[in-house]
Design a protein. Structure first.
Length: 430
């Protein structure tokens, strides 16, 4: 990261709020040398940059939709869910979203969170920026924000005067067969999804946004991910999950606007006006019992998935992108097992529903028996959480479910992108 181009922000109306500065001090960091209230007028140059001065891909923070949804999937993830602190007010929430938007608009350009940055302040005060991204390019960083059901109402209390504006579709997911959820690793009032091609850049983003939130919100749980398990552009190759199979072959792509309108973006007549152009995010932490899976015969692995392990082609024949034919027979039975993952997840058997997936592999060490604590951190975007519920209920009956344990779960409303000079979620408080 760099502090170049900081003159575009100094003296403007953009910057961190006084609460944000105090939060940084409380978290062990010095205040940022930028003036004015965050979100009041962030410089347009932040939104329009195509490349940083240090090189590398830059995804604009401001725009019609938040980056990190249809953006080409990066290689690394740091996801964090936050709870608002007890006693916080509506003004605290608004100022936090403004501060986060301001800082995100800088970090996605490859800049420090302030003009002073990691090394430009007083040597007698903690730096404004933690500094681990100094010298690194933007690395295609995207930062995406979401609002959980508890933000609107918790235990019957409308903490921030927004309960009446909660979308009817935004509610906790129902229990599913096979769930073994950790309550402390599920839910959350707010979420941050930071994706980048350099893991240090993604971690730096969440770390500094957490510091800014000090006194207003704290991390409830977080997850690191590596190795994308989907693609969102035709130019990207199909990656593999920890079972060794290609994953995301039939994912919705960014260059298919008709599919995005039908399956991903919330329309103006289907939700409160503030969410129009946004979407819903479902996050599921799924542990894969890979030691058991690794002992399966190749033929059984392929029968479970419904595709061959090498090419990724459906067992009915063809290549990876050949449409599965669920009627094709082989040795007196259907070539694709009726309980295979491919069939149970297919839109033809789920009312035409498609999900935009942006999942990642994870390995969180090992358990006391020496088995790897590894699996899939599943992230999907859809125009209604009920669409995910329909597909997940079908998948509870597939052959693959024997090798999966769902241990974390959360759902968030993801507002549309912030307009230049505004902040994410501004429409909710209009």
């Amino acid at each position: 990261m760099t502090t170049s181009d900081d003159s575009q922000d100094e003296g403007s109306a953009g910057g961190l709020s006084r609460r944000g500065l105090l939060g940084l001090l409380g978290a062990g960091a010095g205040g940022l040398a930028v003036g004015g209230l965050a979100g009041a007028g962030i410089a347009s140059a932040v939104a329009s940059s195509a490349h940083s001065s240090t090189g590398g891909t830059v995804h604009a923070f401001f725009g019609e939709h938040q980056a990190g949804i249809t953006t080409p999937v990066q290689e690394h993830l740091h996801f964090a869910a936050f709870d608002m602190a007890d006693g916080t007010t509506r003004d605290d929430l608004v100022s936090l979203l403004k501060d986060w938007s301001y800082a995100a608009s800088r970090m996605t350009r490859g800049l420090d969170v302030s003009a002073t940055g990691a090394v430009g302040g007083s040597p007698q005060a903690p730096p404004d920026d933690t500094g681990e991204a100094l010298g690194l390019p933007p690395s295609a960083l995207t930062i995406t924000f979401g609002f959980g059901p508890g933000l609107f109402e918790r235990d019957g209390v409308d903490r921030y005067g927004i309960a009446s504006r909660r979308p009817s579709a935004l509610r906790d997911l129902p229990p599913f067969v096979g769930d073994q959820l950790d309550a402390l690793g599920s839910a959350g009032d707010l979420c941050i999804q930071a994706c980048a091609d350099d893991p240090q850049v993604a971690v730096h983003a969440v770390r500094n946004l957490s510091r800014i939130a000090f006194g207003r919100a704290q991390i409830r749980w977080s997850q690191l991910g590596f190795g994308r398990t989907s693609k969102t552009t035709v130019d990207q190759s199909t990656p593999r999950n920890l079972f060794g199979f290609k994953d995301g072959t039939a994912n919705i792509l960014a260059d298919d606007p008709a599919a995005l309108r039908e399956h991903v973006w919330v329309s103006g007549d289907a939700a409160p006006a503030w969410l129009a152009g946004g979407t819903y995010l479902v996050a599921r932490k799924i542990r894969q019992t890979i030691e058991t899976w690794d002992r399966l015969r190749l033929a059984e692995q392929e029968r479970t998935i419904g595709r061959d392990k090498g090419e990724g082609a459906p067992l009915s024949g063809g290549t990876e992108f050949t449409a599965p034919d669920f009627r094709t027979k082989k040795d007196g039975a259907t070539a694709i097992d009726v309980r295979s993952h491919v069939r149970m997840a297919h839109p033809d058997f789920n009312h035409g529903i498609r999900l935009l997936r942006r999942g990642y592999n994870f390995v969180d060490g090992n358990d006391q028996l020496g088995s790897l604590s590894a699996g899939l951190f599943f992230l999907s975007y859809q125009r209604s959480p009920e669409r995910f519920v329909t597909v997940q209920r079908a998948l509870a009956k597939d052959l693959l479910s024997e090798y999966l344990v769902h241990v974390g779960s959360a759902v968030f409303a993801v507002p549309p992108g912030a307009k230049d000079g505004s902040y994410v979620g501004a429409g909710l408080f209009a």
